[in-house]
Design a protein around this ligand. Structure first.
Ligand code: NPW
Ligand code: ADP
Ligand code: K
Length: 500
């Protein structure tokens, strides 16, 4: 279940379900039941439950949950934002089946309760919360009671993970069918608390028919493209990665990228740069080769001799990075562009696009964090959610974009995108991004397509950070990869993911 559905894709699935024999009422009943079950499982001691019910189908789910919780012996009251007569469709049906106490929301304080179920607004949130709804949310938040959000915390935009106005932070969110982007993108991810994905009987064929192009970054997304070494192969069958190294006193980043590429599975890795920098590298590396290149233009000749080289340019690149980028784009079979490249092309994304477009068959992966993304695109850059911006950037650049952070988004120019949720906070450490560029190049070197290589690299990077644990420094990441790969390979052999 790696597809992520936007709110409109979810509504489209809802519209198509009856044709497959699944009525809206059945879905709503199953959704409300899942909410009640989650409440009972998580808070078995909670005796008194207040359900905040909104005017749409999210409220409808709330009425079902209220009935189910009351049937299981809980004392339940519904605080309704809209009078029952104002409800429509399935929500009206479910409200009519609720025979317990219902109060106007302004009259129901959470003081006498143990748990709040937030069924005010879900996928249909159309504008920032104000007035009575905002007031009710404020009171629930101030009560300090645990909150179970139905589908998404009310006030949170399920597509963007942002809240334009008041939002009710949840302890637990129960969502249905598939995750929505807002469960994964910050700040939404933090506002959802724990997320439970409930199967409510939506047929898989209906979900497939919607044609979602956004995915959770899990091995299931890229496993079939993951390279397997040929038992009869030699090192150059697994690709040769060339890393441009900047000056003598800024060698660490390029070295981390080189080590990342080697651990990521490249058959050979070469650091190329000024002799003084190579002397520093020589004191640290053994498996990595060193090749003097006094000027970035010298990369042209080096790459011409190694037709299948994958180039990494950017980490610790220093002066001349634009020329190094040109050489890499002209001569390498695929490129990973990071760090200083975004400074060199600051406010000139079209210049980078044009260079990439000169060799359309050669994949390029760019790996900016938010600051670098802003620097590259400047004013008039892609707008919207992190997902929207990464997608738009990929389209504009004609490159696979890895927009890094705690919720790294990988977007392909073909419209596919994936959101990662496995990076621990201690991964935010200097040099971690350089290592990621290396992992990605190591996979590209073995022939993995760009989107798959980038998503796999991001996932492996997060797993490597979890493997090391708190106290991680970037130097630890390459060395942590073998254990992660071993686990991944054994779950592939068993046909499963190492995470649900
Ligand atoms: N899809 C599925 O398969 C399934 C979906 N299910 C459930 O349906 C939910 C989506 O239901 P939904 O589309 O009725 O939207 P919902 O979130 O209840 O809100 C719409 C109402 O709120 C109103 N409104 C909006 N913003 C407002 C504001 N700021 N302030 C005040 N009012 C505002 C809006 O009014 P209007 O904008 O028209 O004025 C309208 O009345 C989904 O999250 C899930 O829980 C399940 O039953 C299982 C199957
Ligand atoms: N809060 C966070 N939680 C988890 N991972 C994070 C967080 N912030 C950043 N990261 C990850 O840490 C890495 C940092 O990369 P980057 O900013 O490029 O660092 P550097 O340039 O020093 O190598 C990226 O992979 C990013 O996705
Ligand atoms: K809600």
């Amino acid at each position: 279940m790696i597809e992520i559905l936007s709110c409109s894709e979810m509504a489209e699935a809802d519209r198509r379900a009856p044709a497959e024999g699944v009525a809206g009422e059945m879905l709503m009943e199953a959704a409300g039941r899942a909410v009640a079950e989650a409440a009972l499982a998580r808070w078995p001691q909670a005796r008194r439950v207040l359900v905040l019910a909104g005017p749409g189908n999210n409220g409808g789910d709330g009425y079902v949950a209220a009935r189910r919780l009351a049937e299981s012996g809980r004392t339940v009251a519904v605080a309704a934002l809209a009078p029952v007569e104002a409800l429509r469709g399935d929500a009206a049906v479910m409200a009519a089946r609720w025979s317990g106490p219902t109060l106007p929301i302004g009259e129901a304080g959470p003081v006498d309760f143990d748990l709040v179920v937030d069924a005010l607004f879900g996928a249909g949130l159309a504008r920032p919360l104000a007035g009575v709804a905002a007031h009710a949310i404020g009171r629930a938040a101030d009560s300090g009671l645990p909150v179970l959000a139905v589908d998404v915390p009310s006030g949170l935009n399920g597509d963007t993970g942002a809240a334009a106005g008041a939002v009710l932070p949840a302890t637990l969110t129960v969502t249905f069918v598939r995750l929505k982007p807002g469960h994964l993108l910050y700040p939404g991810r933090a506002l959802c608390g724990e997320v439970v994905l409930a199967d409510i009987g939506m047929p898989g064929s209906v979900v497939a028919g919607v044609g979602a192009r956004t995915f959770l970054n899990r091995p299931a997304l890229w496993r079939t493209a993951f390279p397997e070494p040929n038992p009869q192969g030699h090192k150059y069958d697994r690709g040769h990665v060339l890393v441009w190294s900047g000056p003598e006193f800024a060698t660490g980043a390029a070295r981390l990228a080189a080590l990342g590429a080697a651990r990521g599975g490249a058959g050979a890795v070469t650091l190329a740069g000024p002799a003084a920098a190579l002397r520093v590298h020589a004191a640290h590396v053994s498996a990595i080769m060193l090749r003097p290149a006094a000027r970035p233009d010298d990369l042209h000749a080096i790459l011409a001799g190694r037709r299948f080289a994958i180039a990494i340019v950017g980490p610790g690149a220093g002066d001349g990075v634009e020329a190094a980028t040109d050489a890499a784009l002209a001569g390498a079979a695929a490129c990973v562009l990071d760090a200083d490249v975004f400074t060199a092309f600051a406010d000139r994304p079209n210049a980078l696009r044009d260079r990439i477009a000169e060799r359309p068959a050669r994949p390029v992966v760019v790996t900016p964090h938010e600051g670098e993304f802003g620097r590259l695109f400047g004013q008039g850059g892609p707008a919207g959610s992190k997902l929207d911006r990464a997608r738009e950037a990929a389209r504009r650049l004609g490159a696979t974009v890895v927009l890094k952070g705690p919720d790294t988004v990988v977007a392909s120019p073909d419209g596919r995108a994936a959101i990662a949720d496995n990076a621990p906070p201690w991964l935010a450490t200097a040099g971690a991004g350089d290592t990621l560029a290396g992992f990605c190049a190591g996979l590209l070197a073995q022939g993995m397509p760009a989107f798959e290589a980038a998503t796999a690299a991001v996932w492996l990077h997060g797993e490597a950070a979890r493997e090391v644990g708190p106290g991680l420094i970037a130097d630890d990441l390459p060395g942590a990869l073998p254990a992660v790969l071993r686990r991944f390979q054994s779950t592939v052999a068993e046909g499963g993911d190492s995470q649900p």
